[in-house]
Design a protein around this ligand. Structure first.
Ligand code: RP5
Length: 167
């Protein structure tokens, strides 16, 4: 469901356009599950005022989760979480210099009191953050819950139907 159709429930933000290669996997999952979402580049370092405004208005605009991807000195998820009570799901982008270990540690080591749900480095983290956001929404949005159940059933069936790795 594209962001123009209905008010977004999930915001996907990233520190740079260069993060889209990773974060597109979050958008694709939300799209497939029919979760209304928006996508924005919001940089903790290059556009800090935009970050503060995004976080300050997220809840009142109807966002129920923010998926935030960043690489390197990845302050975006933590700073968003510092400014909004909307749950922030952090995705460490795989950096060139340190393979994303820098991103992971920057995002996961939050001080007690300001939580960020931290996912795996790279594409798997982006996809799982989207699935997690869908699970958070499932109770209040049954259609999303049904889409999530159907996805998991298809995934299981696919593994069972291809259980001989030599074929
Ligand atoms: C971070 O710096 C971004 O999240 C990105 O992963 C990294 C590099 O950004 P670019 O130099 O590619 O714009 O803020």
């Amino acid at each position: 469901m594209s962001e123009s159709a209905v008010a977004p429930l999930v915001g996907i933000v990233m520190g740079s356009r260069s993060d889209w290669e990773t974060m597109q996997h979050a958008a694709a999952k939300l799209e497939a599950l029919g979760v209304p979402h928006e996508v924005r580049v919001v940089s903790a370092h290059r556009t800090p005022d935009v970050l503060f405004d995004y976080a300050a208005t997220a809840g009142s605009r109807g966002l129920r989760a923010i998926i935030a991807g960043a690489g390197g000195a990845a302050h975006l998820p933590g700073m968003l979480a510092a400014k909004t009570a909307v749950p922030v799901l952090g995705v460490p982008v795989q950096s060139k210099a340190l393979n994303g270990m820098d991103s992971l540690l920057s995002i996961v080591q939050m001080p007690a009191g300001i939580p960020v749900g931290t996912f795996a480095i790279g594409n798997a983290g982006a996809a799982n953050a989207a699935l997690f956001a869908a699970a958070m929404l499932a109770h209040d949005h049954p259609a999303i819950g049904q889409a999530l159940d159907a996805f998991r059933t298809r995934q299981t069936d696919d593994v069972l139907a291809n259980d001989d790795p030599r074929k």
